[in-house]
Design a protein around this ligand. Structure first.
Ligand SMILES: [Zn+2]
Length: 400
């Protein structure tokens, strides 16, 4: 075997399958705390991180993304988080790279390091301060020979432009996804313009991740694609949506839903939803298809199975999953055997089993964005006075 093909070569040849969500999954498994989303898990519980990478590799992931979400120094000490006193961002990021590389070597996967939005930006910090945070993480990715870089989970196009600029200093391929919906970024920049600005900043791959469900995310991608075509730009398209249905979410996505983050399970997509998503994404021209929060092994495997023909291979874990539920033909009960076909699963409208649950919820829509007083971050613990202010704001319907 020759050297591994790079990400841009793979995308030019066909479809690349990303990985699934890490922090939500590890939170449910008891290794990560919701809120700071404790990326120090790479030092505290490396086996848990390794196992999840391995599950995604078995599901068909072509990339192992080092678990570096929110692993910037300013986040590790934000709002009373003590992680920054115990660990340096560099150590957390290095451990993440090491684990990703270890598992990638068990298959033919590439490795990448990602940076995300920073508390410094939310607090109104300037370009130099924000870029200094990014540069520290990226240095670790370069030192560990990551194959490419990803700017992901950005709500403001200005910040992601700054992030892409720093990534470009390395000469590595750069992917860039914002966590925005069809209404655009948090300061009202339209989705199409966001895509154009990411591409112009130098991103080779652009798209969306997190915050919205697969189908809302594809609506955003359509707007991005139209904007890019109009501007004569042709970066690869990438989509890594939530594993939850969010048709009722506002501009801020699932963060605004009352079920975020501890009661989202009734909204979970089925594997069949992800079959549909994979096909629609592929037909739209998206070539980097993965998942974010809420997506699990079976969602990714569904993407890999749906695109098996295009990829010329099935994932390892399809050993335990016949396409479209055909394994049920081995079941003892005849009415279950009758479900061993595509038609049944494709047309099923799953019930929730919750007689009092509404199909949609009322999202909160505070409209508090970067630079707002309530968005200011600090290293100290969130005070009772601050919590009181938040409660007062909520009572007032989230309005000033
Ligand atoms: Zn996410």
């Amino acid at each position: 075997m020759g050297p591994k093909k790079g990400i841009l070569e793979r995308l030019a040849e066909g479809v690349v399958i990303g990985d699934g969500g890490f922090v939500f999954e590890l939170e449910k498994r008891g290794y990560v705390m919701a809120g700071p989303w404790t990326p120090e898990v790479t030092l505290e519980h490396p086996d848990a991180v390794r196992e999840l990478h391995r599950e995604y590799l078995r599901a068909g992931s072509d990339v192992m993304q080092a678990l570096t979400f929110y692993a910037s120094d300013d986040k590790l000490i934000n709002r009373g988080n003590v992680a920054g006193k115990k660990f340096t961002g560099a150590a957390v990021n290095a451990a993440a790279c090491k684990i990703a590389k270890e598992v990638a070597a068990e298959g033919d996967a590439l490795v990448l390091g990602g940076i995300s939005e920073t508390p410094t930006y939310l607090s109104g910090g300037g370009k130099a301060a924000v870029q200094a945070e990014f540069r520290k993480q990226i240095q670790v990715f370069v030192d560990h020979g990551m194959d490419f870089l990803l700017c992901e989970y950005f709500e403001y196009v200005e910040e992601v432009e700054w992030a892409i600029e720093v990534c470009k200093e390395t000469g590595k391929p750069v992917a860039s996804t914002m966590c925005i919906g069809p209404k655009g970024d948090m300061h009202g920049v339209p989705a199409g313009e966001c895509a154009v600005r990411m591409a112009k900043a130098g991103a080779d791959i652009v798209g969306v991740n997190c915050h919205f469900d697969p189908f809302v995310s594809l609506e955003t991608i359509k707007l991005m694609k139209a904007g890019l075509e109009k501007a004569g730009l042709k970066p690869f398209l990438m989509c890594q949506p939530l594993g939850y249905h969010t048709p009722d979410a506002g501009p801020q996505g699932f963060i605004d839903l009352l079920e975020f983050p501890f009661a989202l399970e009734p909204r979970l997509c089925t594997r069949w939803d992800f079959h549909k998503f994979a096909r629609q994404a592929y037909d739209l021209g998206v070539r980097y298809i993965g998942g974010c929060c809420g997506t699990q092994h079976h969602h990714l495997r569904a993407v890999a199975e749906e695109l098996a023909k295009e990829r010329g291979k099935t994932p390892l874990s399809s050993e335990k999953h016949a396409p479209w539920g055909e394994g049920l033909a081995l079941h003892t009960k005849p009415w279950v055997r009758a479900r061993a076909n595509r038609e049944f699963w494709e047309n099923l409208k799953p019930a929730t089993g919750r007689p009092f649950s509404a199909s949609m919820s009322e999202p909160e829509n505070w409209g508090v964005t970067a630079g707002s007083k309530l968005m200011m971050q600090h290293a100290g613990v969130t005070t009772e006075a601050e919590q009181e202010e938040v409660r007062r704001f909520k009572k007032g319907g989230g309005k000033h």
